[in-house]
Ligand binder design. Structure first.
Ligand code: TXA
Ligand code: MG
Length: 324
């Protein structure tokens, strides 16, 4: 199993050990504010190959490059004025920008899966300190087997990739719990490639622009990773349930009881007080707990679609999609 170092107890040893493992072209699981990432040196093809291998991830699906400051980002991508405004307003934070890669950039083409753009973000929290010390961008997808639920704790990572992984840095539960929001600026317009931990309404409020969404979910796969089935637990998933069937696990929201829940295998509430922020932080952990309960199906009660609800519902639709 992987060694786990608690960054709250041994921050210096955590950074030093992580940098040593990364220098060996080996991935390290690092805590970001969104989810735990499986990070490796973005400038080294062997390191990036290890990420794809460990996750079983298709190589046409590019990785996000994580930077510790704006100067590091500027060494690898070109900012248009609108993207720069977004970076200045929301970094460090749960926002990934898709930007043209510079010719001088040393990020390996395996990280971008051959595209001429890079997905780039500056994460908040301990991972940023690791990147600053390492001095190069880290490519990092979520630290889970491809297609499975993203990890929001060190224990989640250990339970999935632990046997294949050398090191996990543990900074406690991820504060946001949903992957970053992915935005691409196209001829001065904003396109939402993936709803995520940054509420799209905050981006609209800052810029005064309406954000464009793909017409129907799954119709255009512009972020190559946005496959219909994703974030899947072992159990089947039924969304927008208005009742509970015997033996199902129930995950509901806002303290709203559902008919039949007395017969559920387990009942959890993402946020009894109706906070979407709290619901986002609990979502993946509760999905894993429901899975462990052994129920064949997880039923989800209705969740409001505004604000972070958009990203939560996106993840649930993917979890409920037919699996290949
Ligand atoms: O919060 C997050 O974004 C987490 C943490 C670890 O930072 N990372 C994450 O990575 O969610 P991953 O690999 O699970 O999702 C990356 C998404 C994929 O949908 C991928 O297709 C898209 O970003 N992406 C990466 N580079 C891209 C590019 N150049 N153009 C379009 N989409 C890109
Ligand atoms: Mg992922």
């Amino acid at each position: 199993m992987a060694e786990i170092i608690d960054t709250r107890i041994e921050p210096e040893r955590a950074i030093e050990t992580a940098c040593a493992v990364l220098s060996d072209a080996e991935p390290v699981a690092i805590p970001t504010e969104t989810v735990y990432g499986l990070a490796a040196d973005a400038t080294t093809s062997d390191a990036i190959s290890r990420i794809y291998e460990m996750k079983g991830r298709p190589r046409f699906n590019p990785l996000i490059c994580h930077v510790s400051d704006l100067a590091m980002a500027e060494a690898h991508v070109t900012f248009d004025p609108l993207s720069r405004r977004l970076a200045e307003a929301f970094w460090p934070g749960p926002l990934t920008l898709i930007l043209p890669q510079r010719h001088e950039s040393t990020v390996h083409t395996l990280a971008s899966a051959g595209l001429d753009t890079l997905g780039i973000r500056m994460p908040d929290g301990f991972s940023r300190r690791v990147i600053a010390r390492f001095g190069r961008p880290l490519a990092a997808p979520s630290a889970n087997t491809s297609g499975k639920i993203s990890p929001t704790s060190a224990a989640h990572v250990q339970g999935d990739l632990g046997p294949r992984l050398k090191l996990i840095l543990d900074a406690g539960p991820a504060a946001i719990g949903l992957e970053s929001t992915i935005v691409k600026v196209d001829k001065g317009a904003l396109r939402l490639l993936r709803p995520g931990g940054l509420d799209a309404a905050e981006i609209e409020a800052l810029t005064g622009l309406a954000i464009e969404r793909p017409e129907t979910a799954g119709a255009t796969i512009e972020a190559p990773g946005m496959l219909a089935s994703h974030y899947a637990p072992r159990a089947a998933v039924r969304i927008n349930a208005d009742d509970v069937r015997r033996g199902e696990a129930l995950i509901r929201f806002g303290g709203k009881a559902l008919p039949g829940e007395g017969d559920a295998a387990i009942v959890m509430d993402l946020s009894p007080t109706g906070s979407l922020r709290e619901a986002a932080a609990n979502l993946f952990d509760y999905m894993k707990k429901a899975d462990v309960s052994g129920a064949a199906t997880i039923a989800f009660g209705p969740i409001p679609s505004e604000g972070l609800g958009e990203a939560i519902i996106d993840r649930l639709q993917r979890a409920a999609a037919p699996r290949s």
